[in-house]
Ligand binder design. Structure first.
Ligand code: ATP
Ligand code: MG
Length: 238
């Protein structure tokens, strides 16, 4: 479903990604870990073309993301950020409906119905008419997930979706993500939540200084890592 081929990216003369290659099949859940500055966010931003890259290629279902039009890419690749960027003047329901109307051109009633289904999926149907200020951080993040899901994306990107949350709110967001993983959603997830990685990831990738140091099933990286650096990093996380 996703092929990243020798991806290279620099900001000015600072090289951030030094040849990243990997494939994701449908239903794969890839968890990405690595030190601050290793290029995790940059890699996600290349996949949905929030930023340009200098070398290599990224294909979604065989189609280069560089050649896709904006609306197609926005629809096919959803993203959930650390900072929950809901519109403050819109209700939860309106936040989810917006993209359906604008990007997918759906009619008002159909969009509303679809948005309600997505809110229900993340356990927030009863909060549909609440404004972001009336929601907890965990609820806001779940609205963000509902908004991404509403597009029927082929691939969902998560960049530290729980890092900005109070500890007691992390669980409800991870639970939604676990449900999605079990439901067969293809996901690329940057997170420090190693419980999630162990339970939900089909593969774990350790990035350092813009390179993939090691990649494999989570049990392998946790229990029998090939590289000392992987072991050291995981020890600090768990
Ligand atoms: P963190 O764990 O702190 O989120 P990360 O692995 O996501 O780190 P990136 O945000 O991808 O790391 O950053 C990788 C490198 O690229 C860093 O050295 C950072 O300073 C640099 N960088 C990121 N965004 C920009 C930008 N817009 N302009 C210039 N340099 C940038
Ligand atoms: Mg980051």
């Amino acid at each position: 479903l996703l092929r990243v081929e020798d991806l290279q990216k620099s900001y000015g003369d600072e090289t951030v990604l030094r040849g990243i290659s990997f494939d994701l099949d449908k239903r794969d859940v890839e968890v990405i870990i690595g030190p601050s500055g290793s290029g995790k966010s940059t890699m996600l931003r290349c996949v949905n073309r929030l930023t340009e890259f200098q070398g290599g290629a990224i294909y979604l279902d065989g189609e280069s993301v560089m050649a896709m039009n904006d609306n197609d890419l926005r629809r096919r690749v959803g993203m959930v950020f650390q900072d929950i960027n809901l519109f403050a003047h819109l209700t939860a329901l309106q936040n989810v409906t917006l993209g359906l109307r604008k990007v997918r051109g759906m009619g008002k009633e159909a969009a509303r119905e679809k948005a309600m289904d997505q809110l229900d999926r993340v356990g927030l149907a009863s909060q549909a008419d609440s404004y972001p200020a009336e929601l907890s951080g965990g609820q806001k993040q779940r609205v963000g997930i509902a908004r991404a899901l509403a597009m029927d994306p082929e691939l969902l990107l998560f960049d530290e979706p729980t890092s900005a949350l109070d500890p007691e709110l992390v669980g409800e967001v991870l639970e939604v993500m676990r449900d999605l993983a079990e439901g067969g959603m293809t996901m690329l997830v940057v997170t420090h939540e190693m419980g999630f990685a162990r339970r939900a990831a089909s593969s774990l990738m350790f990035l350092d200084e813009g390179r993939i140091v090691e990649r494999g099933p989570p049990e392998q990286l946790f229990d029998d890592p090939e590289h000392d650096r992987t072991a050291e990093f995981l020890q600090r996380l768990t």
